[in-house]
Design a protein around this ligand. Structure first.
Ligand SMILES: [Zn+2]
Length: 261
């Protein structure tokens, strides 16, 4: 540890940090080898389908870039909602991750036809290299689940009044509930086992590595590096200062008083 002689009080914070590093540290590079984008997305869709008794499949619509996917959500063969998914970063694309509505669910008073909701979900994940699929950090995965929480809130609504259906008209202290709910699955072993596959071996995330991630999650951080991520913009609060993304990834109390709830 680099300390010789008697241990002094002022050595404790330093040694404490060293101990944490030795006991819990893991390389983000090591972790992301297991989070291949197609496997993560398939795992996410499976969770949604199981939890909400829906099915998700690719759909057709004009898109703004070849990387954008368009999907439909059905329940018992009935269209429930549709969404655009634009995961990769590229030149000229706005940074951060967000969900927003394209249109809301609405029982049209003029025709009586039910307009189904449409959302778009946008992220900025690194693309794959050398022909390999994109590899996501665990934080990327949390971001994806977070935005899908907002998306599901919007698309699975059963309210027919446009002004209060989906994410419309939701109080600010409630709007992050679905996104935080979905984030929790990123820390469930039974979930991660089935949505990870090492990019070369296909092996799921090792339990030992997951335990390290979990242990590190519970530790307070001494430095507020994640606050550099405060440019993340939550789709519904539009705040770029210490948004929920920062709340999620930043475990210290730096500036937390001003962050979005
Ligand atoms: Zn959010």
């Amino acid at each position: 540890m680099g300390i010789t002689g008697p241990l002094n009080a002022w050595d404790v914070p330093y040694l404490s940090e060293k101990l944490k590093e030795a006991r819990y540290s893991f390389s983000e590079q090591e972790v992301k080898q297991y989070f291949t984008a197609p496997k993560v997305l398939a795992g996410l869709f499976k969770i949604i389908e199981t939890l909400f008794e829906v099915s998700i499949r690719a759909d057709q619509a004009p898109v703004w870039h070849p990387a954008v996917g368009f999907y439909r959500i059905e329940r018992e063969g009935q269209l429930v909602g549709q969404f655009y998914l634009d995961p990769p970063a590229r030149a000229g694309k706005r940074g951060g991750a967000w969900m927003d509505d394209v249109r809301g669910r609405w029982q049209r008073p003029d025709t009586g036809v039910l307009q189904t909701p449409v959302a778009h979900l946008v992220c900025n994940f690194a693309e794959g290299v050398n022909g390999q699929p994109a590899l996501l950090t665990h934080d990327d995965v949390i971001t994806l689940f977070h935005e899908f929480g907002h998306g599901l809130h919007h698309m699975l609504t059963q309210v027919n009044e446009r002004d209060v259906s989906g994410i419309s008209g939701v109080e600010w202290d409630a709007v992050e509930l679905p996104s935080q709910f979905m984030e929790n699955f990123c820390w469930e072993w039974s979930v991660l086992r089935h949505m990870t596959a090492h990019v070369e071996t296909g092996e799921p995330l090792p339990r030992a590595l997951f335990d390290k991630m979990l242990a590190a999650k519970k530790l307070p951080k001494t430095a507020c590096k994640p606050c550099a991520k405060s440019s993340f913009r939550c789709s519904t609060c539009w705040c770029t200062q210490n948004t929920t993304r920062c709340k999620t990834s930043c475990r210290c109390s730096h500036k937390c008083a001003t962050r979005w709830p």
